[in-house]
Design a protein around this ligand. Sequence first.
Ligand code: BDR
Ligand code: CA
Length: 314
Amino acid sequence: MTPLIIDTDPGVDDAFALAVACLAPEVDLLAVTTVHGNVGVEQTTENARRLLGTFGRPDVPVGRGADRPLVYLLDQRADDVHGDDGLGGKALDFGPPVDESPLRAVALMASVLEQATEPVTIAAIGPYTNIATLLSARPDLESRIGRFVLMGGSVAYGGNVTAAAEFNVWGDPEAARRILAGSRVPTTLVPLDLTMRITLSADWLDDLARTSPIGAALSSTRDAYLAAYSARFGTPAIAVHDAVAVLEAIVPGTVRTMPVPVDVDTSFGPGRGATIADMRGAEAVVMGRPVDVALDADATFVRAELRRRLCAER
Ligand code: BDR
Ligand code: CA
């Protein structure tokens, strides 16, 4: 079983990702930690607690994390896409919320890592503030992290918040730089280039809703999200970015990767929050280190796996 921590800002696609993890027989879900992002951390924490209740995992500790980025005060939200409550206006339909851990996110992750008997995978599907703080606060635990799987960034696709920046990196570019360029943990980055290609249609979501109560609950969160994607791309389909990253955390090799150095623009020009991947390859490291950037996957297979896993019994 893969020991797994998920750091998240639920979030419609975070909800899909958490469901995949909760239902996965290959996973030992050790903790869920929350972060500012799609909505404020108060709401993302409540959402995570409700989602774990709905997905039958009241035993998984939920630790509340950072309410802002490492350096600059930024009140960036994505409530236009995820709804005021982060779950498409349906948060109260989930739950009831499981207890919140008395340990805050970084302390909870540290406690899990201290007790771990094998390397732990951390999937980060919101801004990376908590994990950057963990590495700074407890460098002694870095070697206990087997792998980071990060949803975020963009190689050639462009941004989804600004012309250059993807949401999770834009939410804390200094933290992203600390992880991508400054950590030694083997890291897989799942950027927009890939996740925007693995869309789920309204029909797919209707079908999911018929399969199980969890499928119905997930599908019910889609209205604002689907409207936002349809308005931008002209087709009624959504990208569940975070679920693709968590699937890769559960089943390594789901995505095809290339080792390249990735740095983050932390300047204050139009490039702030851009991930700069040196596609010359691993040998091109000037500063930092190579990370495995996911640029390809079998989209049909990934869709089928999400469908299969989201209607599984626990
Ligand atoms: C990322 O931004 C958030 O809005 C989603 O939950 C996902 O983690 C996609 O850019
Ligand atoms: Ca997210």
